[in-house]
Design a protein around this ligand. Structure first.
Ligand code: IMP
Ligand code: MG
Length: 179
């Protein structure tokens, strides 16, 4: 698997420090609130488990599955919810996402959660590709702003692989050119 990685962008240690910082900020800001973490599967599964353990507050955890359809790497803007969450009324929801790219998925999902009656909805993303934004949305909490390169590891996949890398790397272009 290591041969497919051109360069390591964030080491395991750097990721850990970033998640610890986010956890402290969120703990402070949500101490008088009714926190519910909602992770978007599958990409957020590792970030969610690390972040949740850095938040020193009682909180509820749930997951959603949403997909944005399009051709190639461009999102079409059509988002479909494949697994919805339960009742969110009265909860201060924090959406936990691996990476925001076009923002189309998150725009839709955050509107959806607001419409379901959440008391508040904010977004925490581990990685943020601001240059690629198409939808009018941004994260309230960002781990790392990343360059416009395709990255894998720490939950992020290419073709469902590399999610289990403990660091984040830039994929060798050869990996997708061979397909
Ligand atoms: P968008 O913001 O609606 O365009 O979609 C964000 C989703 O695209 C993320 O949850 C990832 O699944 C995927 N994605 C975007 N950029 C990358 C990347 O660099 N590596 C792996 N997946 C990515
Ligand atoms: Mg993905």
């Amino acid at each position: 698997m290591e041969n497919d990685i051109k360069a390591v962008l964030y080491s395991e240690k750097e990721i850990k420090e970033t998640v610890e910082k986010l956890g402290k900020i969120i703990t402070e800001e949500y101490k008088d609130k009714n926190l519910m973490l909602i992770g978007l599967l599958k990409g957020s599964f590792i970030f969610m488990s690390d972040l949740a353990r850095q938040i020193d507050l009682p909180c509820k955890v749930d997951f959603m599955v949403a997909s944005s359809y399009g051709s190639g790497t461009m999102s079409s803007g059509t988002v479909k919810i494949k697994k919805d969450i339960g009742d969110v009324s009265g909860w201060d929801v924090l959406i936990v996402e691996d990476i925001i790219d076009s923002g189309i998925t998150l725009k839709y999902v955050s509107e959806h959660i607001k419409n379901k009656g959440a008391k508040s909805v904010k977004i925490c993303t581990m990685f943020n590709k601001k240059e690629r934004r198409m939808a009018d949305i941004d994260a309230d909490y960002t781990g790392k702003n990343v360059p416009d390169e395709f990255i894998v590891g720490y939950g992020l996949d290419f073709d469902e692989k590399y999610r289990n890398l403990p660091y984040v790397g830039i994929l060798n272009p050869g990996v997708y050119q061979d397909r």
